[in-house]
Ligand binder design. Structure first.
Ligand code: NAP
Length: 584
């Protein structure tokens, strides 16, 4: 007689699905650090739909997504699913796994009971009109990351996946190695191979950011497999050997340069010249590593805000910068001249569709992808593995946890097709990416954006503004404008036309930029109208202070001219807001 529940490691006879299963659960009442959020429980084994497969999980991969799921931030994944009609008040995470097929729905044709599989983490509704019409499921509104945006991930004896998620497990890998690579390798595959004419090809040069990281280590191997040359970016020379053994031609230590970050304003000649010097030095370093003056045809991006300006600059004419994350920030600045004049492409990319996952997995089956597994944990240690990640103390490389496998190193059933030399992962646990945001982020849309409630005490601009406008005319010379600023101890002067209309602002920054490349005499004799920032940003005195602040932050401004009945009557500045915050 079949048992209702099997203990871990006591694998049910093939095809027998017990009513209950062991799992690590996250519940809303214990959202918090991983060691508290994850608790062992016994739950019902999920039923499967016609297009689904039930897999007995042998090992699961660890990703940052489920640190966020446990924190309940930035998305409460349980509440989000309940809102969508799913009844379960818990979350079973896990977006990477290896295991054995135990049951299949009637429409599943690609696997059968007993198959050893690895699973990719892309799910979509097969009835979605876009998908049914042959569209890339990655663009379907129904697309979800299994084990983060969906329940019944791989941190349980059984997981529920869609048939297409199952792919053959490489026979030469053990269970924990096989559970480690799919998410990162498939993401890297789409980034490099998914973008038409710009996809990577033999002879190309690829610049790979975070070469020793999860995505980067896969990107180096994928580039090598196609016959491309890669240059790996890392933050220390201790990672050079690792990236070279994976297949990089050479490495660059990003700490040898200091021009990273947002672009200086294009009007800031001196700042821009300094940036240009830095980025050209970086480009020359790429040439040095390559041994020839070639620019990368493809730049593999995920740090985002700090690196995009350089990535766009060094990318070959007609080449592509492909980005799947903004680990250092989301406001990437682009000098559009380089984008349009040299006809480069800045391409977003997110995970991969089933075809691409299988193309990637072919490489793994052929022994051309090392899973770069750094450490495997026991079932009991699952919260610890996430806690290390939460505390940024996890080892470099990809981590796995045993679920059904009773010991480390089990599950290999064949020799690697090619001789693999496992590269030694860089020692140490110093991470430069503090807490990457979850790979999937719900974004407000034109149609479905929910109003965000902001904490606001109802203050109005009129409560804080300074009445009276200190102004000049467009014909005033800068010497005069500067004297007004100094005498009145203000940072900007409003430029008014003959009809009393505010037509621009001359700020201290405008004055300083006007001096660049000119003698003091030349600068002093320029006119306010020549250097002002035109189109004076205004707000009504009755506007909510919070709205005025948004206007300023959005435009990166420090002050707004305040109007009443469309007439300028005063100024509100960030300094006024700061004074309010500290209660002055
Ligand atoms: P990872 O293993 O932590 O590696 C990221 C690497 O980026 C680090 O090792 C670090 O290498 C480098 N880095 C960090 N900060 C940097 C900076 N300011 N400038 C330049 N390089 C920097 O993470 P991962 O698994 O590769 O994932 C990277 C990002 O992609 C994460 O944000 C992740 O959430 C996202 N992701 C997105 C998808 C998707 O489908 N959209 C899928 C997977 C991952 P060095 O310190 O050696 O330079």
């Amino acid at each position: 007689m079949s048992k209702q529940l099997y203990e871990l490691g006591d694998r049910p006879p093939l095809g027998e699905v017990p009513e209950k299963m062991h799992a690590w659960l996250i519940r809303a009442d214990r959202f918090g650090k991983p060691t508290e959020a994850f608790q062992k429980e016994v739950v019902n084994t999920p039923a499967i739909a016609d297009d689904e497969v039930l897999v007995h999980v042998m090992a699961a991969g660890i990703n940052y997504n489920n640190v966020w799921a446990g924190l309940g931030f930035p998305v409460n994944v349980i509440a989000a699913r309940n809102k969508g009609g799913e009844p379960e008040d818990f979350h079973i995470g896990g977006s990477d796994a290896s295991g054995i097929v135990y049951a299949i729905g009637k429409d599943v044709t690609n696997v059968k009971v007993g198959d050893e599989v690895v699973m990719h983490c892309g799910q979509w509704n097969r009835n979605c009109e876009w998908v049914q019409n042959g569209g890339d499921p990655m663009y379907s509104p129904s697309f979800k990351i299994w084990g983060y945006e969906t329940n019944y991930g791989s941190f349980a004896q059984f997981t529920k996946v869609q048939g297409h998620q199952c792919m053959p497990k490489p026979k030469h890998m053990n269970w924990e190695e096989a559970a480690a690579y799919t998410l990162v390798a498939a993401t890297a595959w789409r980034m490099l191979h998914g973008w038409g004419a710009n996809s990577i090809k033999k002879g190309d040069v690829a610049l790979i950011w975070g070469g020793a990281g999860g995505l980067g280590s896969m990107a180096i191997q994928i580039a090598k497999a196609v016959g491309a040359t890669s240059v790996a970016m890392v933050s220390g020379e201790d990672k050079f050997d690792y990236c070279m053994k994976l297949g990089a031609k050479g490495c660059i230590n990003r700490n040898d340069f200091d021009h990273w970050g947002m672009l200086p304003h294009w009007k800031d000649n001196a700042g821009y010249a300094k940036w240009l010097k830095g980025v050209r030095g970086f480009g020359a370093k790429i040439w040095e590593v390559l041994g020839e003056k070639r620019a990368p045809n493809i730049v593999f991006e995920h740090p985002g805000e700090t690196t995009i300006p350089s990535s766009i600059f060094v990318c070959e004419t007609g080449g592509m910068v492909v980005v799947c994350a903004g680990t250092s920030g989301y406001n990437a600045t682009v000098d559009l001249r380089y984008l349009w004049m040299r006809q480069k492409r800045l391409q977003g990319s997110h995970f991969a569709n089933a075809v691409q996952c299988n193309e990637m997995n072919e490489l793994a089956l052929r022994g051309l992808i090392d899973p770069c597994m750094s450490r495997a944990f026991t079932y009991e240690e699952l919260p610890l593995a996430h806690q290390l990640m939460h505390d940024n103390k996890h080892p470099h490389g990809n981590m796995s946890v045993l679920i059904g496998a009773t010991e480390f190193g089990l599950g290999t059933s064949g020799k690697p097709p090619v001789a693999i030399v496992h590269p030694t992962l860089p020692k140490g646990d110093v991470h430069t990416t503090p807490h990457p945001y979850p790979m999937s982020t719900p974004l407000p849309d034109i149609a479905e954006g929910e109003a965000i409630t902001i904490a606001d005490d109802g203050s109005k601009v009129s409560d804080l503004m300074h009445r009276g406008i200190i102004s000049c005319t467009p014909d005033d010379v800068l010497g005069t404008v500067a004297k007004i600023m100094v005498d009145k101890e203000i940072h900007a002067v409003v430029v008014m036309d003959g009809q009393g209309k505010a037509i621009g602002v001359v700020s201290q920054t405008d004055m300083v930029l006007a001096r660049q490349g000119r003698s003091p005499q030349e600068a002093r004799s320029m006119r306010a109208g020549d250097i002002m920032t035109p189109g004076c940003a205004t707000c009504d005195a009755e506007m909510l202070l919070s709205d005025a602040v948004s206007l300023m932050t959005g435009r990166r401004m420090h002050r707004l001219v305040v109007t009443e009945n469309d007439r300028p009557v005063g100024v509100i500045s960030m300094t006024d807001v700061v004074r309010k915050i500290i209660g002055e």
